[in-house]
Design a protein around this ligand. Sequence first.
Ligand code: EPZ
Length: 422
Amino acid sequence: MDNIRIEGGSTLSGRVAISGAKNAALPILAAAILGDGESTIRNVPDLRDIGTMARLLRHLGLDVSRRDDHHVLDIVARPVAHDDAPYELVKQMRASVLVLGPLVARYGRARVSLPGGCAIGARPIDQHLKGLEAMGAKIELEHGYVIASTSGPLRGAEVVFDVPTVTGTENLMMAAALARGRTTLVNAAREPEVEELGRVLNKMGGHVEGAGTDTVIIEGREGLHPVDHAIIPDRIEAGTFAVAAAATGGDVLLAGISIEPIEAIAHKLRRAGVEVRSEEGGVRVRGHRPIRPTNLTTEPHPGFPTDMQAQLMVLMCLAEGTSVITETIFENRFMHVAELQRMGATIEVRGRSAIVRGPCVLNGAPVMATDLRASASLVIAGLVARGTTDVLRVYHIDRGYERIEEKLAALGAAVRRVPGAA
Ligand code: EPZ
């Protein structure tokens, strides 16, 4: 397993090209199941999770080929050879559950391994299943698998989510696209990636209104045609590089993204004294000192994203004062805290809040996390720490960040990938 080795102390400067959004690409690749023929998806990030989804689609009988150094995927949906998403694939990536809705909508049956928990929490899919049942699917659970089946087409329904769920909203949008009649999703997730899926389903001949708001209306269609679509940029990758620029007192242009999808992140960074503004070709981020302590609470979009919580925590370690960071989305998303404490951070966890007392002097150390965003935060910590930091098991980072060490090195960081022992 590879590691990333960082010598702290560099100031980041220059331009970084933001890749396509992982969490937009994953549902869109699953949506290709719905279209009869060849779809082409462009600006796809070259990530482990994309490779996992490609393997899953091939297992289901679709042809998936990658070109242009993996940033374009051609997908041919055919009569499904299999209707099951096996545990050995689903356990690698919870987002595999996104094939459930498309499979049962198009082929009347899906057998998908329950994703199980992961490092950051239990990650149930009860809301996905509640919605499919409301649309007429029969749901059975056996031996760790969920089997969804329907004798005829799914039928439109009103579904009120108990909690806004991103992949739950996406799964049901895709199932509803081929259902008979109208489906209304209430208390839907409002993330930009949900809005992007709505655009893609409409390009495929679907009829989706309100994607990106808390109420999504889908008029079902007999069938959908394939799509040629370029994925939106990754707001979490952009936010991660913005924090790295701020933490190192740098000056970085996040190229290929506008300020809108990262507004909540920009707001918090500005409160901390960081300069964040739109400019030709992207968003400019300049770090200044002192960094001001800032409280934050993670919330569903358009609130502050949970996927940026660990990164902001590192910045708050450098702030002149105390910050309170509260995680409301997942029950166990503070795994980076222990590692940051080992580097010298003064952080106290009380329930769902972490109290960060800055400024901390961070010292390099061997560190490891099991959540891809926590791992990214440890890389940022390594950039500002004294001495050498080894971030172990970097495959977690490779799930969500394309060539992160190359992009950071191009901005002036002293960072390199070290082939791991095993
Ligand atoms: C998506 O996960 C993202 N993944 C996550 O990004 C992100 O952290 C999360 O949304 C929250 O923004 C993808 O889009 C592939 P949820 P998802 O369903 O859909 C509870 C990353 O770093 N819930 O919105 O799995 C759930 O337990 C990943 O790229 C239910 O109770 O998250 C959680 O507390 C990590 N029942 C809350 O809702 C359900 O049926 C939000 O989860 C579904 C969810």
